[in-house]
Design a protein around this ligand. Structure first.
Ligand SMILES: [Zn+2]
Ligand SMILES: [Zn+2]
Length: 107
């Protein structure tokens, strides 16, 4: 008995939001920030598509999608780190937090 996998879920770039916004984590070439959509395919025919929630990075060379957080911005001068350090345990805490998730002290 053979089982043929004829359906699948694919990601497709829908529009380029920012060209060359980062670097590919696999091959290191320029990657674009894109809006994407998920496409459900059955027998190689798209039957359903819906937009992805957040923009992702897309490498044209290896056709790879990956989260924007994995790639550093091309110029480090434009980087504004949104991290804060807890004054009690010295760990990095997201700037949105009001209490340290590690030790529970108010920031
Ligand atoms: Zn690549
Ligand atoms: Zn802390």
């Amino acid at each position: 008995m053979f089982f043929f996998f004829v359906g699948g879920l694919e990601q497709q770039a829908r529009q380029v939001l920012k060209s060359g916004a980062g670097r590919c984590i696999a091959c290191g070439s320029r990657a674009d920030l894109v809006g994407y959509e998920k496409v459900l395919k059955l027998f190689f025919v798209p039957v359903w598509r819906w937009p992805g929630k957040e923009p992702v990075m897309y490498c044209n060379d290896c056709k790879l999608f990956f989260p924007q957080s994995l790639t550093p911005p091309p110029s480090s001068t434009a980087e504004v780190p949104d991290v804060l350090r807890c004054q009690f345990c010295r760990r990095e805490v997201d700037g949105d937090f009001r209490f340290c998730p590690f030790c529970g002290n108010a920031l």
